[in-house]
Write a protein that binds this ligand. Structure first.
Ligand SMILES: C[S@@+](CC[C@H](N)C(=O)[O-])C[C@H]1O[C@@H](n2cnc3c(N)ncnc32)[C@H](O)[C@@H]1O
Length: 449
């Protein structure tokens, strides 16, 4: 719907870019982060870009609800490969159902986006579908939301897993995954006490509150890091509050030799260093060179010393100097089922068949790194998964096969009450419980003698 002089309708460009990003996730299996890096989106004005991001997040967060609604709304099933149409309709549904903007503006801008997407012939079906939702909203929603996948907007396999693993908690876990996450900061306590950090933010007019972990501050509204006073100078870092439990649990003290085997982008490694006043011999390893660059940036910003190395943690023979470590942090690659509120694309990209191979990879990492720990030393195993198969089952299987390994007591005062004890050897932060992500931790020690 161009106006005279060819100017596009306001808001059409952000809808078009959001639809392209959503289609890249649905059709090409791209991550949402990668899809949002697309050049068309980067060229938008800042306000349009943030609207496009919000629309893409919303459409993917509610993908399973929208798939069911579209099955009811469309006379014919969506043509198999028309991901762009599905994506644009999903963007439109999100606006009508969840955003507080006038319906007519949302429909008109979404219809206008068909032209920017080079698909003007879709204008009719987009217009008809969205207007039908407006007319028959209550009835269509009642019918669609009778289905559990649509109601929770999660895939059936994941609902079944969560029911099995967390019989008393699964409805709240599903609900928490549908919320927009808060922005958590970690105060760099080598520079500022947590109270001073809070005061610094408030002086700058930033509303914040202390979190459930010492040094964690929750911002009332997300904002770019460039707007956080002292961020560039290393006074604060962005880190979810549950992730801020890793350093205290690992308990590395000054002078220790520490390995962070899966370190990028370096949030936990930097916190471990901060906690020891920078006085550690820390090796930060990651298999991904680009991500390792982020570790170096964070170390530089925080003025912390560490050795960084691109290497595969499963093959220490290729990089280990033979000197044992006092502490090892294994923050293993995982399904990410504890961070769905930050990455809603996980619900679309992850398959149930991924979980077994991931658990085998996690066990392989644990087996490879264990011999590098000195007797009496401690290894902290962590994931951002909430599935027992990647957490408790991996650790329990490992402990059963290694008589020299034992579950270790956490350092005094490091375990907040809201963390769940799991069946065998670890602790689980459940998503949303203290407004944190869902992380799992297990601490093991190598017996001496
Ligand atoms: C959960 S992330 C780590 C997050 C990090 N600990 C932090 O707090 O910022 C997992 C990391 O493991 C890395 N990774 C995966 N397989 C690896 C391997 N075999 N060896 C080393 N790093 C690996 C990935 O590149 C990814 O950066």
């Amino acid at each position: 719907m161009s106006r005279g002089g060819g100017r596009a309708e306001p808001g059409a460009a952000s809808r078009a870019c959001a639809a392209r990003a959503v289609a890249a996730v649905l059709g090409a299996g791209a991550t949402l982060d990668a899809a949002l890096g697309a050049p068309d989106l980067q060229q938008l004005a800042p306000a349009d870009r943030s609207q496009a991001r919000a629309l893409a997040y919303g459409a993917l967060r509610w993908h399973h609800r929208h798939r069911r609604l579209l099955a009811l709304l469309l006379d014919r099933p969506l043509p198999g490969r028309d991901r762009l149409l599905e994506a644009l309709l999903s963007v439109g549904l999100f606006q009508l159902l969840d955003e507080r903007q006038p319906d007519y503006a949302a429909v008109s801008a979404t219809v206008a986006a068909t032209r920017l997407l080079g698909r003007p012939r879709l204008a009719g079906v987009v217009n008809a579908s969205l207007r039908r939702l407006q007319r028959e909203r209550a009835q269509l929603l009642a019918e669609a939301l009778a289905d559990e996948q649509a109601r929770s907007s999660h895939p059936a396999w994941l609902i079944a897993r969560l029911r099995r693993d967390w019989p008393g908690d699964w409805p709240r876990i599903l609900e928490a995954a549908q919320q927009s996450p808060p922005l958590w900061l970690r105060v760099n306590q080598t520079r500022l006490a947590p109270e001073a950090g809070l005061a610094r933010l408030r002086e700058a007019g930033i509303e914040a509150a202390p979190g459930p972990v010492p040094g964690a501050l929750r911002l009332a509204r997300a904002l770019p890091v460039a707007d956080i006073p002292g961020f560039a100078a290393g006074e604060f870092s962005v880190q979810d509050a549950a992730s801020q439990l890793a350093a205290p649990l690992l308990g590395a003290s000054p002078g220790m030799r520490v390995l962070d085997a899966c370190a990028a982008p370096g949030g936990k490694a930097c916190h471990v260093l901060e906690q020891a006043g920078g006085d550690l011999d820390l090796l930060a390893l990651d298999a991904d060179d680009a991500r390792l660059g982020r570790v170096r940036e964070n170390l530089a910003r925080l003025a912390l010393p560490a050795t960084t190395l691109r290497a595969d943690a499963t093959t220490p023979a290729a990089w280990w100097d033979g000197q044992p470590f006092d502490r090892i942090l294994l923050d293993a690659p995982c399904s990410g089922t504890g961070v769905i509120r930050r990455h809603p694309d996980i619900k679309i990209l992850r398959r149930e068949t991924d979980i077994g191979p991931m658990a085998r990879r996690q066990r392989q990492l644990l087996e490879a790194l264990w011999p590098l720990l000195r007797p009496g030393g401690r290894l902290l195993y962590a994931t951002c998964s909430i599935l027992h198969e990647e957490n408790d089952d991996v650790v329990a299987g490992f402990l059963a096969d290694h008589t020299e390994a034992a579950a270790a007591e956490p350092p005094a005062g490091t375990l907040p009450g809201w963390l769940r004890c799991t069946r065998h050897a670890g602790w689980q932060a459940l998503p949303g419980e203290a407004d944190t992500d869902g992380l799992y931790y297990a601490l093991m020690t190598r017996r001496t003698g």
